[in-house]
Design a protein around this ligand. Structure first.
Ligand SMILES: Nc1ncnc2c1ncn2[C@@H]1O[C@H](COP(=O)(O)OP(=O)(O)O)[C@@H](O)[C@H]1O
Ligand code: SF4
Ligand SMILES: [Mg+2]
Length: 326
C-alpha cells in the first residue's frame, strides 16, 4: 500500500516531458542555420506549454524536432524524454510504431491549406489512417475524432471548398487526434483565421486540454497563451530565453525581450502597444554574443558573451541581468 502511494507520488513529480539542451541545424549553401540552440524545458503530467516569439525564431523547428520530422534539417544534440523514455535515441521504426501520431502528434503550420480539393473529408481521413497503417475500426476512430473537435459528422461528406477556415482547421486538428495521442504540438493553429474563429479554436484547445490532452501551443501571439498554458517558453534567435509558469512570465517577465513582447500586445485600455525596434539576428553561423544585444535597451559590455540560463522561481532566464540572483 505504502509502495503504491510512493509510486503515485513519484508519478506526480516525474516530468511528463523533459527537453534537455536540444539543438538543431539546417545545412544551406551559405552555411549552417542554427535554428535551435540548447533549448530546455519540462512539463508535468497534464500540463501544457505555450511557445512564443517572433517569426523565424525557431518555434516550428522545435516542434518538428520533437516529433522527429525535421525535413531538411537535423538534430545535432540534446535529449527529449517523454514519459521517461529518451525518444530521440529510439530507432526510427520504433518511434514511428509507438510514438509518432499515437502518443505525440503535430498540427503543422498552415496545414489547413493543404487539404486536397478533389477528395471528400472522409476520404482524406481514410487516407491518413492508411498512411498510419491503422488496422482497427476506421468508422469509429474517424467519428471519435470528428466529435472531439465538436464538428457534426455531416462534414465528412463535404469537400474542402465547402468548409470555412475555422472548420478546415478543426478537420486538421481532428486528423492529428485520430490515433488518440496524449501530447499534441499545435503550430500556429489560429494564424490566418479571423478573430472570432481564433477564439473558437482556442476554446476547442481548452476543451481538449480538459479532456486530458497536453498541448504545446506555438504562436507569435502571446495574448492567446494565458488561457491554455501552465508553462510558457519565450524564444528568440533559436534559443529559449525565458521559461517558467505562465503566472511568473506574464506577471513578472524577466528577459528584456519577454518584456518587449508583452508591451507589444495591443490592449483595450492603457498605453499604445510598443513595437520592438530592430530586426532578429541571423541564425547563419551566429557569433557568441547575446542574440538580443542589438535590440536590447539594457545591453552592457558583458552581453558580448552569450549568457547561460539563470534559475528563476519556476524556470530560467537567459540574460546577464540576473547573474547576481543565482
Ligand atoms: N528547411 C530549411 N532550410 C533552411 N533554413 C530553414 C529551414 N526551415 C527553417 N529554416 C530557418 O530556421 C530558422 C527558424 O525557422 P522556424 O523554426 O520555421 O521559425 P518560426 O517557426 O519561429 O517562424 C529561420 O531562420 C528559418 O529561415
Ligand atoms: S544579456 Fe544583455 S543584451 Fe542580452 S537580454 Fe540580457 S541585458 Fe540584454
Ligand atoms: Mg513557424
Amino acid at each position: 500500500m505504502q509502495n503504491k502511494n510512493l509510486v503515485g507520488r513519484l508519478k506526480q513529480y516525474m516530468a511528463f516531458l523533459d527537453v534537455e539542451k536540444l539543438s538543431a541545424v539546417y545545412g544551406t549553401s551559405k552555411g549552417n542555420v542554427h535554428a535551435l540552440e540548447n533549448v530546455s524545458f519540462s512539463l508535468n503530467e497534464g500540463e501544457s506549454i505555450g511557445i512564443a516569439g517572433e517569426s523565424a525564431c525557431g518555434k516550428s523547428t522545435l516542434g518538428l524536432s520533437m516529433i522527429r520530422m525535421l525535413l531538411g534539417g537535423k538534430i545535432v544534440s540534446g535529449k527529449v524524454h517523454f514519459n521517461n523514455n529518451s525518444i530521440l535515441d529510439l530507432q526510427e521504426s520504433e518511434f514511428n510504431k509507438n510514438y509518432r501520431w499515437k502518443k505525440i502528434a503535430m498540427v503543422f503550420q498552415g496545414a489547413m491549406n493543404t487539404l486536397d480539393p478533389v477528395f471528400s473529408i472522409k476520404e482524406q481521413f481514410v487516407e491518413v489512417l492508411k498512411q498510419h497503417k491503422f488496422a482497427g475500426d476506421h468508422e469509429k476512430v474517424i467519428s471519435d475524432a470528428i466529435n472531439s473537435v465538436s464538428l457534426n459528422e455531416d462534414v465528412l461528406k463535404k469537400y474542402p471548398h465547402e468548409l470555412s477556415g475555422g472548420m478546415k482547421q478543426r478537420i486538421i486538428i481532428a486528423m492529428a487526434l485520430l490515433l488518440k495521442p496524449n501530447f499534441v504540438i499545435a503550430d500556429e493553429p489560429t494564424t490566418a483565421l479571423d478573430v472570432l474563429i481564433q477564439a473558437q479554436i482556442v476554446n476547442l484547445l481548452k476543451k481538449l486540454k480538459k479532456d486530458g490532452m497536453s498541448i504545446m501551443l506555438i504562436t507569435h501571439d502571446l495574448a492567446i497563451l494565458s488561457e491554455i498554458a501552465e508553462k510558457i517558453g519565450i524564444m528568440y534567435g533559436g534559443q529559449m530565453v525565458e521559461f517558467g509558469t505562465s503566472e511568473d512570465v506574464f506577471k513578472n517577465p524577466k528577459h528584456p525581450y519577454t518584456q518587449a513582447l508583452l508591451e507589444a500586445i495591443p490592449r483595450l485600455h492603457g498605453d499604445k502597444p510598443k513595437y520592438i525596434k530592430g530586426v532578429p539576428p541571423s541564425l547563419l553561423e551566429p557569433n557568441q554574443e547575446c542574440r538580443f544585444i542589438d535590440r536590447c535597451p539594457k545591453a552592457m559590455e558583458k552581453c558580448k558573451k552569450d549568457p547561460p540560463n539563470f534559475k528563476t522561481n519556476s524556470g530560467y532566464v537567459k540574460c546577464w541581468l540576473y547573474e547576481d540572483e543565482k
